[in-house]
Ligand binder design. Structure first.
Ligand SMILES: [Zn+2]
Ligand SMILES: [Zn+2]
Length: 261
């Protein structure tokens, strides 16, 4: 009789983990860059800490021994090692896998220490303040593309610009100051185009870069801009959101070459 243990089915008997989100990859890249050219120990405190933070981010702390466990975190560090040009130059190769998302995150953040540090700090601040964490389940609004910095900070941005009280007060403020609500991108006034009863049908956009958004921030009027629905979608139509100035350049027909990607 063969003495082979019967295999459990399905094997491994766990659900496949979902792909890593943008913010998860950013935190892993940060850990990798902090330690390279070495990796932290597989069962060391840094890897365990990131595993815990990622479970907290996913809202499954304590529920899962498989979701983003230390082994998974370590594998992700190996992925970054495998695409690190410095490491490759020395003739070594890490795991070769499909690392497209890792490569994108690397290209955006590995060479911009200030952006990486700010983004990591903001993501960790929200993880550490569960009451401030936006709901991450579900799809984003149609036509509003997740920012480079990931879904969490995108949701924070969207929740602030959809705050009814804030939107109402800001519109009152602009109306008192300028006499009407004109789109800061294209100048459209809903009242002129559709009639006075539609004058208020304008979006409010939060203009601060998402990697500067902190839990408990007080939004200032200077953080906000009036946009028509079309201009607001244009701003959010690509992962690198446009600034109001870039939007204005597009509208003026002179900005195409200055906007990358
Ligand atoms: Zn507009
Ligand atoms: Zn917006």
């Amino acid at each position: 009789m063969p003495s082979v243990e019967p295999l459990e089915w399905p094997f491994p008997p766990t659900q496949k983990n979902p792909p890593w989100s943008r913010e998860e990859l950013i935190l892993a890249l940060n850990l990798y860059l902090t330690h390279r050219p070495k990796l932290p120990l597989k069962n060391g405190p840094e890897v365990k800490q990131l595993s815990t933070q990622l479970n907290d981010l996913a809202g499954c702390s304590g529920n899962s021994s498989t979701f983003r466990n230390a082994n998974g975190v370590y594998m992700k560090l190996m992925n970054f090692l495998s695409i690190d040009p410095d490491y490759l130059v020395r003739g070594k190769a890490g795991l070769t896998r499909n690392n497209k998302d890792e490569q994108l995150v690397w290209n955006l953040f590995a060479y911009d220490e200030a952006l990486l540090n700010a983004t990591v700090a903001r993501i960790l601040a929200f993880i550490a303040t569960p009451a401030s964490m936006p709901e991450l389940a579900g799809d984003d609004d149609d036509g509003f593309v997740e920012a480079e910095e990931g879904k969490l900070l995108t949701r924070v941005h969207r929740s602030r610009e959809r705050s009814r009280l804030l939107v109402r007060k800001f519109k009152e403020h602009v109306r008192a100051k300028k006499g009407s609500l004109a789109c800061e991108g294209c100048g459209l006034e809903a009242a002129d185009k559709y009639g006075i009863e539609f004058a208020d049908v304008m979006d409010v956009h939060h203009r601060r870069p998402v990697h500067t958004l902190q839990p408990g921030d007080k939004t200032k009027f200077s953080d906000l801009a009036i946009l028509c629905a079309s201009c607001h979608r244009i701003v959010h139509s690509r992962r690198k959101w446009l600034s109001i100035e870039q939007l204005q350049q597009l509208v003026a027909g002179s900005g195409r070459s200055s906007i990358s990607r």
